[in-house]
Design a protein around this ligand. Structure first.
Ligand code: ZN
Length: 105
C-alpha cells in the first residue's frame, strides 16, 4: 500500500485553545487555535485576486477555540472556530509546510 499524502492519525482539540495533530507515532504538532484561525486561507481571509491577507490578526481573540472539525476528502480538514468562522479548509500539505516550532525539552 502506498500513501503519498500524509494524514494525521489523530486530531484532538475540540473546545480547547490548542489542537494536536498526530501525524505518526511520536510525531505530532500542537497548533494554537488562534494560529490556525490566523492562517486561514479562505476567500474571506485571503484575497483570491491578489493573494493579500484580508484578516487582521489583531481581530482574532486570544482565547479563540475550535468548535468543530470535519475531514475534507483525504487532503484536509475544515475547522469551525468559536468566532463563528468556518469556511477555512486546512490542507495537510499546508499544515506540514508551516509546522509550529517544537518545544524542546
Ligand atoms: Zn477564513
Amino acid at each position: 500500500m502506498t500513501c503519498a499524502m500524509p494524514m494525521p492519525l489523530e486530531i484532538v482539540g475540540l473546545g480547547q485553545p490548542e489542537v494536536r495533530f498526530v501525524w505518526d507515532e511520536g510525531d505530532e504538532d500542537v497548533w494554537s487555535a488562534r494560529a490556525l484561525r490566523i492562517m486561514c486561507t479562505c476567500a474571506y481571509c485571503v484575497s483570491e485576486v491578489t493573494g493579500a491577507k484580508l484578516l487582521d490578526p489583531a481581530t482574532v481573540a486570544e482565547d479563540i477555540t475550535v468548535t468543530s472539525m470535519n475531514l475534507v476528502g483525504n487532503y484536509g480538514l475544515s475547522i469551525a472556530f468559536s468566532d463563528g468562522h468556518s469556511t477555512g479548509i486546512y490542507r495537510w500539505k499546508q499544515l506540514l509546510a508551516n509546522r509550529p516550532a517544537k518545544a524542546t525539552a
